[in-house]
Design a protein around this ligand. Sequence first.
Ligand code: F6P
Length: 327
Amino acid sequence: MVHLAPLSEKVAIMTSGGDAAGMNPAVKSAADYARKLGMQPYLVKWGLRGLIEGWIEPATDEFLSDLIHRGGTALGSSRSKRFFEYEFRKQAFENLQSLGIGKLVIIGGDGSFGALNQFYADFKVPFAGIPATIDNDISGTDYCLGVDTALNMIRSSVDSIRDTASSFSRAFVIETMGRDCGYLAMISALATDADVCLVPEIEYDLDSIGARLKEKRAEGKKYLLGIVAEGTGMGEALTRWMGDALGMDSRLTVLGHVQRGGSPTVYDRIMAFKFAVTAIDNLQAGEPNKVVTFKDGAFGMTSINEIADTKHQSDPGLVNLCRGLSR
Ligand code: F6P
């Protein structure tokens, strides 16, 4: 059901925390859909810092029409420590009040949702969160914006590394981002047919990895690829070990922030649209401080407390598929 808003209703849209591809399409979709429902969309520049500083402007077509293909966040982002102090949250509230803005859409990670939850507790400004982080580590949702673009970036980088690895018969270790979550590493290892995958979720056994890789080499495998999640802290150690234990020339590539950039994939653009529509619909329906989640193929809203109280668990099916690459 479509809930039409009173003409005066204003909603501010912002991005916060680590940037992720899909944030820009989500801003565009949320603003477009808010307008369709009769709301007036505003944009907050530079995330929580912009809320405090009052960097809040009406959304213009000039800005919105140049977003869909752009990576990162054109609105800018920040990780503001000041927002955790009441006095600055009050300043942010006064900025919204002076513009008559009563609702917020925040596109970011669980740290940003927690900040707005506190803001809601203080000033009762309803918000809807849209999960966006390449780490894919927000509990309650199977997907966060930016993940598919990051995975494609990793896939393309590993394919390139494969070319040079095969030319020199080397062992390459590639380190992916993801903080304590091994999702990017696990999917990438499967998608690139890596020989080893080390992630925080799986206990590894270097002795059995060594025996398995020696067998592969004896059977004619020219080069080896290992994918390591940054959360294991094992990038350098595995590279050294591959050189020593297998007698191969070995190299480490830390992909780093390359994974966060790039034009959003079709999947991230479409998911951004669906997340945004669900966020605006639920804000309109009067659901405060909830996050849009995508679970088992369906969109829903999950309370921020539930998300904060539940530790993120990686998909056990995916973890099982990767066990054989850790031993
Ligand atoms: O949370 C996204 C992420 O890219 C992590 O994968 C990574 O550990 C971290 O942010 C890097 O943070 P920064 O951009 O502050 O260096």
